[in-house]
Design a protein around this ligand. Structure first.
Ligand SMILES: [Zn+2]
Length: 744
């Protein structure tokens, strides 16, 4: 018997394109018999119509930075004034159609004849105005300029005059750069930031025509500072909610002050700084997102902590949650990122290109970055063609690559407080706990080809979250009473929720509650402290049939998770906990307590809302194990709580990440092909192309399609529309494809 997945594997991919389109009749392609393939559901998802299209924007009202599409940076070294060929540098970036270039002022080493005290001239500067020459060369070619500063380190003479500028260890000793002990780390609470940085900014503003100011190296990425100087000693301990508030207060105070200094010369100038760290960014991104004119995703490549290929889109989704369509870039390092680094050698082109693919797919502007310009423009110049070719391709398709609105109907709460401050349950303390949780839910959603956005926990206003059919709360341990109430209101208005483990067990100050803050919503009550695993992890015994168990056959139980919070019995449970037991020796590997009334999932339905709560850390357990049962259970549950409603459906083989955007010309469906042995580790070395992908989406009434164009293949494909449902096939996906739909 044909089923949907088998049809796609054996049928559509082998058919000529026109025949594949013809076969897209719902009855023919989506029969209703049970599907037994991994994580596949029986019935076709229900397509919900896309929202009414946005009104067009008057370009005159758009700030200049939001028109930037390509950013270039040859990060300047102290030696560059002696070796860099400025004309060659400017020609390269101009040929790549860069709109704006980062040029180093710095603060560690002056690239111009600075008179600011302690702004040490680079030893190869020789009185030359290297910065000014670079600005002139860029301007001559019509490119804008960012004045790039680095306030995070300075030298011994500054320390001698200003011992209060330094970050200190608990014993009072100065915190030095790990790689060059002549440099000390500056404290962001000290007058270094109040006096020295503004002096450099004002000097640059007085001498040059720059478009905006940027600080590298501050604020810190992905973690909070740990300083024991005289000022910081009076602050709450680092890594506490109280410290985080003090850190954010100081950060915003400085950001606004620097922004005002940038505007002293011209009002359209602004200040911005490096950000990144994706869900565990240091600054509170809700607060910062309200004031930042430019979100600089300093997230240049995969790291050993974030080894998955989707590191750039993860950052992009975080930016999407807080920037309200303001300007966002994410850097692609053309150099070798990772735990072993060669910052002056090119990385695998396939990896660099995928990072740029992800940048565009997640709705950000391109940014390409290399370090040092020995012998004119680098000892290793292989990176240059990669970036220029990519930028030149993107120029041709700018209109389709610039998103206006995400079409996603699922929201994933990012829980920034939890990401930064929650240490994991007492039974599994690890700083990677939430990182692993995030990757677990992320991979789950990619595997199910769901269209999803991230949602910041401080942005739960109805006007923001009502677009989502469901919110997912993957162990969002810290939620304030207000946030809990906002989630209740969302459910009262018809929204659905899937939550797990310690969600809402702590308030915003990391104080543990006696019971879940959302206990009433889910109909759950805590029955004990979190239980970990010593041997076999717990199982979920199947008590009755339910949609979340679709596809499970020939088993009485399923894997549970590594850790769980015991909850009190509920009526008519679907899965009950079989507590963990010995796994070695095998003689003892059987359940002494084979049956309990403790629920392993709690499901609820009220009006159009559906609620699912897993007492286990199921997303993280999936990330740690890859167990297909956990994946199926999560997919089934997401389908159940959303009533299997989709805004766009993309069917086909392969592990892909999908984005769906409304654009000015129409819509854009982005597919990133992660089907690759290096998807979870190291870098891509080559691509493994995918066959036919079938796309369906329901257009708003009255919207007509003019063309469907594949931007990478650079060809149009046939399409058909029936009952407002647009159907077309993408015959092949190399590393990336964008189906650009033009409407009228
Ligand atoms: Zn300090």
């Amino acid at each position: 018997m044909i089923n949907r997945r088998n049809f796609l594997k054996t049928g559509a991919a082998a058919l000529p394109l026109a025949a594949a389109i013809e076969a897209l009749h719902p009855d023919a392609v989506y029969p209703t018999e049970t599907i037994t393939g991994p994580a596949a559901s029986g019935a076709a998802p229900k397509l919900i119509p896309l929202p009414t299209r946005l009104a067009s924007i008057d370009p005159v009202t758009v700030p200049w930075q939001q028109k930037i599409r390509r950013v270039g940076q040859s990060n300047m070294t102290e030696h560059d004034p002696a070796v860099m060929n400025i004309e060659e540098w400017a020609d390269y970036w101009h040929s790549a159609a860069a709109d704006i270039l980062f040029i180093s002022v710095t603060g560690i080493l002056a690239f111009y004849p600075s008179k600011v005290k302690f702004h040490r001239h680079g030893k190869f500067l020789n009185g030359r105005d290297f910065f000014g020459e670079c600005v002139a060369a860029a301007r001559k070619r019509g490119m804008r300029c960012v004045a790039r500063m680095s306030p995070d380190l300075n030298w011994g003479d500054a320390l001698e005059a200003h011992p209060e500028w330094a970050m200190r260890h608990p014993d009072g000793s100065v915190q030095l750069s790990e790689q060059d002990s002549r440099l000390f780390k500056t404290c962001m609470f000290s007058t270094y930031m109040d006096d020295y940085v503004p002096a450099v900014m004002r000097e640059v503003n007085s001498l040059y025509e720059v478009d905006c100011f940027y600080t590298n190296g501050w604020p810190p990425l992905g973690s909070l500072p740990k300083c024991h100087c005289a000022i910081c000693s009076k602050l709450p301990p680092s890594d506490t909610p109280a410290y985080w508030r003090a850190f954010n207060d100081r950060l915003l105070e400085l950001w606004l002050r620097y922004d005002a200094i940038a505007k002293e010369k011209k009002s359209e100038s602004f200040f911005f700084a490096n950000l990144g760290g994706n869900v565990h960014a240091g600054p509170n991104l809700d607060r910062l997102g309200r004031i930042a004119a430019w979100f600089q995703g300093d997230n240049q490549g995969r790291t050993s902590e974030d080894p998955a290929i989707w590191g750039c889109t993860l950052q992009g989704r975080v930016c999407g949650a807080v920037m309200n369509s303001k300007f966002v870039t994410n850097l692609t390092a053309a150099y070798s990122t990772g735990s072993v680094r060669w910052r002056n050698a090119s990385k695998n082109p396939a990896e660099a290109k995928m990072w740029m693919n992800e940048t565009l797919a997640s709705g950000l502007a391109l940014y390409y970055h290399f370090i040092g310009s020995e012998t004119g423009l680098g000892e290793d110049r292989r990176w240059q063609d990669v970036g220029r070719d990519y930028f030149q391709w993107a120029v041709k398709h700018d209109a389709h690559l610039r998103p206006r609105r995400s079409l996603a109907n699922l929201g994933v709460m990012m829980g920034q407080g939890t990401q930064l401050l929650y240490p994991g349950p007492a039974v599994a303390r690890t700083r990677d706990y939430m990182r692993e949780t995030t990757h677990g839910i992320y991979e789950t959603l990619l595997g199910g080809r769901f269209a999803f956005d991230f949602v910041h926990e401080d942005r739960l206003e109805p006007e923001r979250i009502s677009k989502y059919r469901a919110l997912l709360l993957p162990n969002i341990a810290m939620l304030s009473s207000r946030q809990c109430e906002q989630i209740r209101a969302y459910v009262r208005s018809g929204g659905s929720i899937m939550a797990s483990f310690e969600t809402s067990l702590y308030d915003e100050n990391l104080r543990q509650r006696a019971d879940f803050g959302l206990a009433d919503l889910f109909g759950i009550s805590k029955a004990g402290d979190a239980v970990g695993t010593n041997g076999n992890a717990y199982y979920g015994r199947i008590e009755r049939s339910h949609a979340v168990l679709e596809g499970f056959r020939n088993t009485n139980w399923l894997p549970g998770a590594q850790n769980r919070v015991p909850v009190k019995p509920v009526q008519d449970p679907v899965l009950t906990v079989v507590p963990g037991f010995v796994q070695y020796p095998p003689e003892l590997a059987y359940p002494p307590v084979p049956h309990t009334d403790e629920p392993a999932v709690v499901l609820r339905e009220t009006a159009s809302s559906r609620l699912a709560y897993f007492p286990g850390d199921i997303e993280r357990s999936f990330w740690l194990t890859g167990h297909g049962d956990l994946l199926r259970l999560l997919h089934n549950t997401i389908r159940w709580i959303t009533r299997d409603e989709r805004v766009v459906e993309v069917e086909g083989d392969g592990f892909v990440e999908m984005f769906a955007w409304e654009t000015s010309p129409g819509y854009a469906i982005h597919l990133l092909n992660y089907t690759n042995p290096n998807a979870h580790h190291c870098w891509l070395n080559s691509t493994y192309p995918l066959g036919t992908q079938l796309v369906r989406m329901k257009l708003p009434s009255g919207v007509k399609v003019k063309a469907v164009e594949l931007l990478r293949a650079e060809s149009c494909v046939p399409f058909r529309i029936e009952d407002d449902i647009l159907r077309f096939a993408i015959p092949r996906v190399e590393d990336y494809e964008v189906a650009a739909i033009t409407v009228r």
